[in-house]
Design a protein around this ligand. Structure first.
Ligand SMILES: Cc1ncc(COP(=O)(O)O)c(C=O)c1O
Length: 332
């Protein structure tokens, strides 16, 4: 969050506006909803799956377009090239010193699966706490941008104090980055197996994983998510919904917490361990009382390095434990 705060805070002034996608990580949502309103920075939320909506939302006050792709938690994708084209059209009539800039949080994909600058992003942010650190032992963030942003970024970091600890930087550079490709390749392979298992389970209503043939934005995923060799790289995150007429999501997550041995009920993602959480109640609880843009009963799964068979066995047992004794109408 220090990286996101610095990337945005070093550009924005009171009176400016941000256009952001509807679905974002809960703390980024809270930063916009609870803090930017105090600073007199307006944040407009639009569904950027439709670039024409973005274009309509940009006006003279807009300085930043902000998005995650895949978005946390429901993995919807935003077309980066189409977003860039919309921004270019908006920038054509603006003063040269006030262009709209595109800031992309690439935490879910990692640079292994997607490099937004190649599609026209000006600034990319990453949580190093996740796949780049890779082991869940250290916290940090990174901002990747052209040199013209550097001076203000460094000043912001110094004056607000969100400085990466040198000990964490060491672990991320020595253990995290050199093993990124190895971990992601294995996690992607496992994610494919787990997503297929869930898709075939009678208590699961829908599985969202960019590697599945059923993924609604499959063509965009294939175009945008590519590894360093150019191969399709759908990542290690899965989002799924239980059939709530037959299964209770709370009983499911309780069973994971109490019984599973290869899946941990916890927030965070991109670790060696497989982590499962309920965004509506955990990472995205700051959306409380607001329209979510994603389903409150959804389950987010970050695939780790365990065997796919062990992960599927744990998920299968927890699904059985979540089965309702008496069928109910959907509680959503
Ligand atoms: C997409 C995304 N961006 C940013 C963050 C913030 O990362 P950190 O916890 O390292 O501040 C998270 C954390 O879950 C995230 O999922």
């Amino acid at each position: 969050m220090a990286a996101i705060s610095a990337a945005l805070g070093s550009v924005l002034r009171t009176g400016d506006a941000v256009v952001a996608h509807t679905v974002l990580y809960g703390c980024t949502h809270s930063l916009f909803a609870n803090w930017y309103s105090r600073l007199g920075i307006e944040v407009r939320r639009v569904d950027m799956k439709q670039p024409e909506r973005l274009e309509r939302a940009i006006d003279a006050k807009t300085r930043v377009v902000y998005l995650e792709t895949p978005a946390n938690p429901n993995l919807e994708l935003i077309d980066l090239a189409a977003t860039r084209a919309a921004i270019e059209r908006a920038n054509a009539g603006r003063p040269e010193d006030r262009p709209v800039i595109l800031v992309v949080d690439n935490t879910f994909a990692t640079p292994f699966c997607q490099r937004p600058i190649e599609f026209g992003a000006d600034v990319v942010v990453h949580s190093l706490t996740k796949n780049l650190g890779g082991f869940g032992t250290d916290m940090g963030g990174a901002v990747i941008a052209a040199e013209e942003f550097l001076r203000d970024l460094l000043l912001y970091r110094k004056d607000f104090g969100g400085v990466l600890s040198s000990k964490s930087a060491w672990a991320i550079l020595v253990y995290g980055l050199p093993t990124l490709t190895l971990r992601l390749k294995r996690q992607q392979y496992t994610a494919g197996k787990v997503a297929s298992f869930l898709e075939g389970h009678p208590l699961v209503r829908r599985v969202v994983y960019p590697g599945l043939a059923s993924f609604p934005q499959r063509e965009l995923a294939a175009r945008q998510m590519r590894d360093f060799d150019g191969d399709f790289a759908p990542g290690n995150m899965i989002y799924f919904l239980l059939d709530e007429k037959k299964a209770d999501p709370i009983r499911f997550s309780d069973a994971i917490g109490a019984e599973a041995y290869s899946v941990t009920l916890a927030v965070s993602l991109g670790h060696a361990k497989t982590l499962l959480e309920m965004p509506g109640a955990m990472t995205h609880s700051s959306y409380e009382g607001e329209s979510l843009g994603f389903e409150r009963g959804g389950v987010r799964l970050s695939i780790g390095l365990e065997s796919p068979k062990d992960i599927c066995r744990d998920l299968g047992r927890a699904l059985e434990a979540s089965r309702r004794k008496v069928a109910v109408r959907s509680s959503r």
